[in-house]
Design a binder for this molecule. Structure first.
Ligand SMILES: O=C(O)[C@H](O)[C@H](O)COP(=O)(O)O
Ligand SMILES: [Mg+2]
Length: 301
């Protein structure tokens, strides 16, 4: 049974037991441009207790550098090496696991974050945030990119694209008609939390393409992929038994933490509710839950 963090003593126990705190972002720290209550205070408190804080987000629309700016705007100090985004995880996968030759390009259905991270590891990408594709597919135009696929494309990456349309989906599908071209997903979240709303997540873009192409992604690079956890553990030399993953989603954040050997804390400011928590089998329940992350700070006062 998950323990609800509702007292000062429970917060003190959490502070005693864990040295490293991994934070999901959407639905834990913020909802879009709205910072959640007492988040800055909680992060400051953890840092003042000498805790290591790491941010792990499946939102691929931004690069790590974009996230540093977003944190800054909220008055939170975070460095690039403390941030692990699915955009970064995907670029690392293309480079280190897929070992795509550097003269190959990547077709992206997703945001500029993926393209920026790919560029940092040496890949040119096309599609993505290119405004050429923000219009209807014109099959009567012989110059349409749908008739002029780039022969240098060697991989397709699909992530959250808030400007997804038929044109981009159709071009993505043409590349995937070639079985030699690997299909990667940044992440598979079905929904995205935003101030009282649940919106379609990256998984819906991935499923659109999977349905049309009849192919499944080779892998999804973000949470709960254990490679992302291995990369974090290696980069920060963390002790899994003294680390805790804080998130708002069961099938990404909580699974990622639990299967990675970390304790888990579910917050109810994003996707999940007490009802979804109560439906869980005992062995997959988070270690703790709380109404919001900021309770860690507020309960200590
Ligand atoms: O659809 C997506 O990409 C996700 O819902 C979303 O952005 C997840 O971000 P996280 O909660 O991991 O910060
Ligand atoms: Mg989240």
């Amino acid at each position: 049974m998950s323990v609800k963090i509702a007292t000062k003593t429970q917060v003190e126990t959490v502070l005693d037991k864990y040295d490293t705190f991994l934070f999901d972002c959407d639905g834990v720290l913020w909802l879009g441009n709205h910072l959640l209550p007492s988040v800055v205070e909680t992060l400051t408190l953890l840092r003042s207790h000498g805790k290591k804080v790491i941010f792990v987000t499946n939102n691929s629309t931004k690069s790590r550098a974009d996230y540093v700016h977003k944190f800054e705007k909220f008055g939170i100090k975070a460095s690039s090496d403390e941030i692990f985004s699915s955009s970064y995880a995907t670029a690392v996968y293309v480079d280190s696991i897929l070992k795509l030759p550097k003269d190959k390009k990547v077709w992206v259905l997703g945001g500029s974050g993926i393209q920026d991270e790919l560029k940092l590891v040496g890949y040119e990408s096309i599609g993505g945030s290119d405004p050429t594709y923000n219009k209807e597919l014109d099959l009567d135009d012989p110059e349409s990119p749908i008739y002029h696929l780039d022969p240098q494309v060697g991989a397709v990456v699909v992530g959250l694209d808030t400007k997804i349309n038929y044109f981009k989906s159709a071009v993505t599908m043409q590349y995937l008609n070639n079985p030699e071209i690997p299909f990667l997903a940044t992440n598979i979240d079905s929904t995205y939390p935003h101030k009282g709303l649940k919106l379609p997540g990256a998984g819906t873009c991935v499923e659109t393409i999977a349905c049309a192409s009849g192919r499944k992604p080779l892998t999804s690079c973000g949470k709960p992929n254990p490679s992302m956890m291995d990369a974090i553990v290696k980069a920060h030399k963390i002790d899994r038994s003294r680390s805790i993953m804080v998130g708002d989603r069961l099938n990404t954040d909580m699974k990622f933490g639990r299967e990675g050997g970390l304790a888990t804390l579910l917050v109810l400011t994003g996707i999940e509710t007490v009802q979804t928590l109560n439906q869980l089998e005992k062995d997959v329940q988070p270690t703790y839950y709380s109404e919001k992350l900021g309770d860690l700070f507020e309960l200590l006062q």
